[in-house]
Design a protein. Structure first.
Length: 94
């Protein structure tokens, strides 16, 4: 009887363990200029947006026209500077 219970426990636990392993290997989608504008317009605190910029992969367009557009969309200078820094820190392949 104990072997049956152990087997049943293993069968029940296996999917749960697999799910935990899968959730840890989720790839983060890079943030873009559009994402930052959405975050700003949603009213999130600037500190929260700054953390997202610093901790997420980046795929920003830091051309002069796009930086001006970020400013025009209400993105503050501190966040624009963080975007420039995050993009500069990306490996050259991105």
């Amino acid at each position: 009887m104990n072997l049956k219970r152990l087997f049943l426990l293993c069968v029940i636990s296996l999917p749960l363990l697999c799910d935990v392993g899968m959730s840890q290997s989720v790839v983060k989608t890079p943030l873009t200029n559009v994402d930052v504008v959405k975050l700003v317009k949603s009213g999130l605190p600037e500190k929260t947006i700054l953390l997202a910029i610093q901790q997420s992969p980046a795929n920003y367009d830091t051309s002069a026209d796009e930086l001006i557009e970020l400013k025009n969309q209400g993105v503050r200078a501190d966040l624009i500077n963080a975007i420039i820094q995050a993009q500069a820190n990306q490996p050259s392949g991105t």
